[in-house]
Design a protein around this ligand. Structure first.
Ligand code: SAM
Length: 479
């Protein structure tokens, strides 16, 4: 039976409730009055504490997603943009994935790391190779990484992951240091989550892949990941282990997107109901072609318009949750979803083990690659492209370093304060990037953008202080 507070996956991601939600959405998808009411409920409202949004339940949001009235879709897009602006402004947080090891004992049928793939060379970074990768990433200008690894208790035990995290944080190189390491590794025990927390990780990210239990079991036919309940209940264990920033995600293309969408929101509602804080981020990866994988055997692929609508509906339903898009998506697709709600993107990414060190921005090793990267531009190109469209690429990690995680971050976000403190911080970290890593062309565009944007810091004292810091950074000081 559906129970949002149950600790049992079958209850909080309850199949009957999802099917009832889809039926309710189908019945109401042309009910203009209801759709207007739902949009009205979700609008940002001024309160005594600032600007707040109510968000939507999985049922309400599913009605929006099912609605195919073009005029209503336009209204959804307008609302998604308004919410994004209210809580995230025009800032986009930058990160890069760092693949540690592609050894894996699972058999996920869509992933090239599956144990039976004999085409792919297996590789695991030594600590020295990891150092070289991190230095290469720092030389690009990155400050925030997401480490990725296959699941293999012998080759990549938790001790290896912890050692890698320590190595990454310990590397100081020129003006650079990695300030936040997010972790995307397989579901594990409370004890291991506690160790990850102690190692100082940022967000623990784990994609559900699919919320549809039967499909899940077919798509993960063997290995520890086969266990649907263990995988689906992982975020509860992570939170029990003290990790308060967790990142959800669905691999779109595996099953029916409306089912996944309802499941994703039910998962978010469960975390909020039980732990008092929803997911820190939601990722929206789509299935890509890869070694020993034929994406054509999966017939649930979604087109770019449907994808954009999913992003907009997530933005409206969980207004305070960061949304992440990777280089699986093309430049054109990224451009569209950035304005509809995405708040973090990767740039200059390599999805192979050891893909950064020793390669120029145009060279791309494919041998150990996890999937084909669609957006193959360098970080410098992505940063300039973002600024040309009026976004502020941000390398900020201040919230994390100052302990504003979990409900403390959400509290800041909920009263709209995030913008007051994030805007100047984003500009300062962008100035660092421009001074230390950018091409002359990108630097010129960026400095003009900073000069304009700094005027939008409302508090005069804060603005003046930020201007002084920006000057110091430009002149080689203050990092
Ligand atoms: N081993 C960890 C796990 O099982 O969750 C981390 C996995 S992997 C490095 C990160 C993510 O890549 C997976 O969760 C999956 O969603 C995604 N992925 C796997 N195969 C993919 C493909 N062919 N196209 C796009 N994304 C894929």
């Amino acid at each position: 039976m559906y129970d949002v507070r149950s600790m049992n996956a079958d209850d909080f991601i309850n199949d009957e409730e999802i099917l009832a939600t889809l039926e309710y959405a189908e019945q109401n998808k042309h009910n203009r009055e209801l759709i207007e009411q739902i949009l009205e409920k979700a609008k940002p409202k001024k309160t005594g504490r600032g600007v707040e949004c109510a968000g939507l339940s999985h049922r309400e949001a599913s009605v929006l997603l099912a609605c195919d009235i073009p005029e209503m879709t336009e209204k959804m897009y307008e609302l998604a943009k308004e919410i994004k602006q209210a809580f995230y402004g025009n800032r986009i947080v930058m990160f890069a994935p760092l693949y540690l090891s592609n050894y894996c004992v699972n058999k996920c049928v869509y992933c090239p790391y599956h144990i039976q793939n004999k085409e792919i060379p297996r590789k695991k970074l030594s600590q020295e190779e990891l150092r070289q990768e991190v230095i290469a990433l720092q030389d690009l200008g990155h400050k925030r990484l997401a480490i990725e690894s296959g699941e293999d208790p012998v080759n990549n035990p938790i001790e290896y992951i912890l050692e890698c995290i320590n190595t990454i944080y310990s590397i100081k190189h020129k003006n650079g240091a990695i300030r936040r390491v997010n972790v995307n590794i397989a579901a594990t025990t409370v004890e291991n989550y506690r160790k990850l927390k102690e190692a100082g990780i940022g967000t623990y990210i784990l994609f559900q892949e699919t919320y549809h239990k039967e499909s899940y079991e077919v798509l993960h036919p063997a290995g520890p990941k086969h266990n649907y309940a263990y995988h689906t209940e992982a975020m509860d264990r992570a939170m029990e282990g003290g990790i308060d920033d967790v990142g959800l995600g669905v691999l779109f293309g595996l099953d029916k997107y409306r089912y996944e969408f309802a499941g994703l929101l039910m998962h978010a509602e469960h975390l909020e109901a039980v732990h008092g804080v929803g997911p820190h981020t939601v990722s929206v990866p789509r299935l890509r072609g890869a070694s020993d994988i034929d994406p054509n055997v999966f017939d649930n692929g979604i087109d770019d318009d449907t994808f954009a609508k999913i992003v907009a509906c997530i933005r409206i339903a969980v207004p305070y949750t960061g949304m992440i898009i990777s280089t699986r998506e093309s430049e054109a697709c990224r451009e569209k979803v950035l304005e509809l709600g995405v708040s973090q993107i990767s740039g200059g990414s390599r999805t192979s083990v050891g893909g950064y060190a020793g390669y120029t921005p145009d060279e791309r090793p494919h041998d150990t690659e996890q999937f084909d990267v669609s957006d193959q531009r360098s970080l410098d190109e992505v940063v300039k492209w973002l600024m040309d469209q009026g976004h502020i690429p941000s390398f900020c990690t201040a919230c994390y370093r100052e302990g504003r995680t979990g409900d403390r971050f959400m509290a800041l976000c909920k009263v709209g304060q995030i913008q007051n403190c994030c805007h100047p911080n984003a500009l300062m970290t962008l100035q660092e990037y421009l001074a230390d890593y950018a091409s002359p062309e990108t630097r010129a565009v960026g400095e003009a953008l900073i000069a304009r944007e700094i005027q939008n810091v409302p508090d005069e004292k804060r603005r003046q202080r930020a201007i002084e810091y920006l000057d110091e950074i430009k002149n080689g000081g203050k990092r």
